[in-house]
Design a protein around this ligand. Sequence first.
Ligand SMILES: [Zn+2]
Length: 399
Amino acid sequence: MPSDANLFSKDYAEARYRFRTAAMAANCQLECHAIDAKAPDGGELTIDVACWDGPGLPERVMIVTSGLHGTEGLFGSAVQLAWLRTEGKSWRPPAGVRLVMAHALNPYGFAWRRRWDENSIDLNRNYLVDRSFLTTDANYAQSRQVYTSLDPFLNPPSPPSRFEPYAFNALRTILASGREARRQLPTDRRPLFVDIRAQFGLGLRRLRTSLPVGQYEHPQGLFFGGHGPAQTTRILQSRLPEWVGSASFAVHIDLHTGLGRRADYKLLLDTGPGTETARWSAKCFGVDVVEPVGGETAYAARGSIGQYFQSVLKDCRYRYLCAEFGTYSPMRVLGALRAENRAHHHGRNTGRSYEWTKRNVVEVFCPTSPAWRATVLNKGLEVLRQAFAVTTSATASDP
Ligand SMILES: [Zn+2]
């Protein structure tokens, strides 16, 4: 049953085993790419890629990826497994269609219950073609400045404590950031100094527009994009040309969690409103769920996997949709990421607080609530069905 909560694996090893078994049973070709790192129990870590080809050369390709953000893979893997055990069992691609289903794009983060990879890299900020913006772009310089001012709060160089007044510290930091933003406004646009609410709003806005951009200066800090391509990034970069081949059209669903309204989803685009991609996506998936850059949930990140794929697939109408399923509030998610990162870098991995932070980070990206799991599984499957329909129907894929 698609809504069966048992489709959510307990950990990476179980998820990998079930994905491989179900994919093989569905007659795919399976690629396994081991990375140079081990699971906590010493087990092997791999990106597993299942591929199905219809008769003839692939003209249209559908790509479904999970686990780019490590522990978010518990959700993405469950959606992939749900499809493999239901429709996937008897599904055969029509002529000219290829399906590529990649499991656990960040197997280290998945196995170690982290969002980041083995070098603490946020892989969805790591797919950079050109790094010159680091020294030349004024907007990046500004978000870097904001990040640097928040660094003492985001990344304290000490183990976490359950008794830290996190919420109080977070509110104080946001307010301080809002006061800084107020000082930078022209005098006639500044809210009154006593208007705490307005300054708090300015602080929140600064966080929302700066943190998700990623940073490239604090290797142990949250949202670090890396000093160069990560090993999993290089694996995907080398395999992508073969997966897509000479196809003229590709739809890519990249499964994520942790942003947006609980148990609901948005399909985030890498382009702004008004583009051909935005119009096409709204038409195929629904105007209510598609969100171009600049919307309520979408963020302007650099080095995202979608931007990279788009940049190399020049002869292909490539459509990237980041399917984001909501879990908890942004402050709770940030608190969990912050505590886990402190425990990972500064705690003892046998300590109680270490285990608590790991469980907490799993909970905020894949809640144990049966209601949440049943809902997102059904919605995730529905997104895959829609994507299959537009990929396999020649008329829907026409511009
Ligand atoms: Zn994610």
